[in-house]
Design a protein around this ligand. Structure first.
Ligand SMILES: Cc1cc2nc3c(=O)[nH]c(=O)nc-3n(C[C@H](O)[C@H](O)[C@H](O)COP(=O)(O)OP(=O)(O)OC[C@H]3O[C@@H](n4cnc5c(N)ncnc54)[C@H](O)[C@@H]3O)c2cc1C
Length: 406
């Protein structure tokens, strides 16, 4: 008999766990609250630490037509437009870390994981809300979940449960009783631009970060390079934002309101950057929420329940690794559950292996934000350092060289 796993949440983390566990012989059942999967979230970058895992799962070839393979990561001054430094991402990255650096649409990554999980026999139930999980079921051999589906509440038992309900995880709050995520005071304005519609000088196949005081802009190609994913990250609060707005990937602002906000945030930006921003015709805004970095293994597993992805370790997107850490979690979880028959022990081993890595990435993302948004003498020192030693400063061997499946 196959052991079974109930997965709460069908985002990147949930689908990655379904795939990795079903590859190890588990019967996975994913419960997703949304009635259908929407094209939310715009672009993601995946470093070699993550593409290495996707390759190990046999997805290397399927990734190729979906992804773009940028040649460089450029750091530029938002004010002068100067290229302060660059890191080669193409062949050099592949040679150094054994896997590529790619950029793609989140929906394409999600579809890739979803389809591969289905092929392995995963069952995906949409419009299915996991309302509660009891890690210590009476018999001691199973977890039990309450699931709301088609207006009915059902009790479902499983050998193991995975909490993958994202940054606003209610299940985490039930299990760990450590409150809800807090707004970080950072906002992400996101849009997609069709490269063919842009004047030639604004098209780009690189990852570019434009750094200004208290704000930065990132753009990179997605969908095989045909689209440019553009994100403006600012510091500040959004007046009139409700709790519901905070829980959506897709809060939409009027274009007039957005242009007003972005002009204020990027006052003094160079003409080229203004032109890129001005090319957008619609924006989505996402107030970024977070928690303090993970403090221990107990935040990753409770009995027969594992917490993964943003539910366990929400992070600022400034190292571009939130989805990446969800995929690393999935790989490690399946490795332990595949090798160790005692499920609580396997989850304890998973938690012990993952929490410090995730905490390190959460801290690194905060530090990167401070560097990107620096002003005054710190900004001056940053720019000088990048001019003389960019490849060394921009590479992240501790991050990209990490082999979760070693
Ligand atoms: C601007 C920005 C840029 C980013 N860029 C990158 C990047 O370049 N690289 C990168 O790796 N990461 C990036 N990230 C982070 C990345 O998108 C997230 O870390 C990742 O999507 C988290 O996946 P998840 O599955 O944990 O959560 P989600 O994708 O949010 O999925 C959670 C799912 O659970 C469902 N759900 C919620 N509650 C329930 C319930 N009770 N029952 C059933 N289902 C439920 C939700 O509907 C949702 O589908 C970025 C984030 C932002 C904001």
């Amino acid at each position: 008999m196959k052991r079974n796993v109930l997965i709460a949440g069908g985002g990147i983390a949930g689908m990655a766990c379904a795939l990795s566990l079903s590859r190890r012989g588990w019967q996975a059942q994913v419960h997703e609250r949304a009635p259908a999967f929407a094209e939310v979230g715009a672009g993601v970058q995946l470093g070699p630490n993550v593409t290495r895992v996707l390759q190990a799962w046999g997805l290397g070839d399927a990734l190729k037509p979906l992804a773009a393979f940028p040649a460089h990561l450029q750091a530029r001054s938002a004010h002068t437009g100067e290229v302060l430094g660059a890191l080669s991402l193409g062949e050099q990255m592949r040679a150094r870390y054994g896997a590529p650096y790619v950029t793609l649409h989140r929906a394409d990554l999600h579809q890739l994981l979803h389809d591969a999980a289905l092929v392995q026999g995963t069952q995906v139930l949409a419009d299915s809300v996991v309302q509660g999980i009891h890690p210590e079921h009476e018999a001691g051999q199973e977890v039990q979940a309450e699931v709301l589906r088609s207006g009915r509440i059902m009790a479902i038992s499983a050998d193991v449960a995975v909490v993958a309900d994202g940054v606003w995880s209610k299940l985490r709050q039930q299990l760990l009783a450590d409150g809800s995520v807090q707004p970080t005071g950072h906002l992400a304005y996101r849009t997609l631009l069709r490269q063919a519609d842009l004047p030639a000088h604004l098209r780009s196949q690189d990852v570019t970060v434009w750094m200004g005081p208290d704000a930065h802009v990132v753009h990179y190609p997605v969908r095989g390079g045909e689209w440019l994913n553009l994100v403006v990250l600012t510091e500040g609060q959004m007046p009139g934002v409700t709790a519901d707005d905070l829980q959506s990937w897709n809060a939409q602002l009027s274009i007039a309101q957005t242009e007003h906000d972005l002009q204020a945030a990027l006052r003094g930006a160079c003409g080229r950057l203004q032109d890129i921003i001005g090319a957008a015709t619609s924006w989505r805004v996402w107030p970024l929420c977070g928690r303090t970095p993970m403090q221990g293994a107990q935040q990753h597993a409770v009995g027969r329940v594992a917490l993964v992805g943003d539910a366990a370790h929400p992070m600022l997107p400034y190292l571009a690794q939130g989805a990446g850490m969800a995929i690393e979690d999935a790989a490690v979880l399946a490795q332990h559950l595949g090798q160790v028959g005692n499920a609580p022990l396997a989850l304890a081993m998973f938690a012990a292996q993952r929490w410090q890595r995730n905490a390190q990435v959460q801290r690194g993302a905060v530090r990167n934000g401070q560097v990107f948004h620096a002003r005054g003498p710190i900004r001056w020192g940053r720019d000088l350092a990048l001019r003389v030693a960019a490849p060394m400063l921009m590479d992240q061997p501790w991050l990209y060289g990490h082999h979760v499946l070693a």
